[in-house]
Design a protein around this ligand. Structure first.
Ligand SMILES: O=C(O)c1ccccc1N[C@@H]1O[C@H](COP(=O)(O)O)[C@@H](O)[C@H]1O
Length: 216
């Protein structure tokens, strides 16, 4: 099995992206979904991307965005990979002629094997599997039952959903994904004991990457 790649998603500040890269992140995620607490404008995203060292993948996350608005972001931000986290069809993803991955929320009846086949045929580079929470498109901080994932898929599997520094090693052992993706599980806590959406805790980011890459 490969040492899993790690994506730290929901970066909103250049210093957090830079720290994640120094800690060994393979990719950082920039959320262009306006309803998210981790939303960044194209201008903010460009500043984050400019602060990264070379060879770190910048991923742009969209949720059922109008194609024109994705194109407008692409004009302003050097994104390496697009992540479609809504109900986008295979044809939608293929139309951008850029590397892209599709997220699948694991609601009852979700069929990762069939979805991987469907999106692979359209040129997707990976299938990201995430928890299903009604009314919330992602970044839920919730885990799902990993035993629902088949051992073999037509696309590289990116595991997400409620991962954190304490459970990611167990997740890697159980699922053996190509990559893991985290957002809420490495965020700092505010004085009220709640996560500060979009502000990363550097110690948690470092601990997460170490634990994810400690395999076997
Ligand atoms: O992070 C967000 O705010 C977000 C908003 C809309 C869609 C997806 C979002 N994040 C993605 O959700 C998963 C899991 O996040 P978490 O670790 O459970 O907080 C991850 O793929 C993020 O990229």
């Amino acid at each position: 099995m490969n040492t899993p790649r790690v994506k730290i998603c929901g970066i909103t500040r250049p210093e957090d992206g830079h720290q994640a890269a120094l800690a060994g992140a393979d990719a950082i995620g920039l959320v262009f979904h306006p309803a998210s607490p981790r939303y960044v404008t194209p201008r903010q995203a460009a500043a984050i991307a400019a602060a990264l060292p070379p060879l770190v993948t910048t991923v742009g996350l969209f949720v059922d965005a109008a194609p024109d608005s994705v194109a407008a972001v692409l004009d302003q931000v050097p994104l390496d990979l697009l992540q479609f986290h809504g109900d986008e069809t295979p044809e939608y993803g293929a139309a951008f002629r850029r590397p892209w991955i599709k997220a699948l929320r694991m609601r009852d009846g979700a069929d990762p094997a069939a979805e991987a086949e469907r999106y692979a045929a359209a040129g997707a580079r990976g299938l990201l599997v995430d928890s299903y929470v009604p009314g919330v498109p992602g970044g839920t901080g919730e885990r799902f039952d990993w035993s629902r994932l088949p051992g073999d898929l037509a696309l590289p599997l990116i595991l997400a959903g409620g991962l954190d520094p304490d459970n990611v090693a167990e997740a890697v052992r159980a699922v053996r994904p190509w990559a893991v993706d985290v957002s809420g599980g490495v965020e700092a806590f505010g004085e009220d004991g709640r996560r500060l959406g979009g502000i990363k805790d550097p110690r948690a980011v470092t601990a997460f990457i170490r634990a994810a890459k400690a395999w076997p």
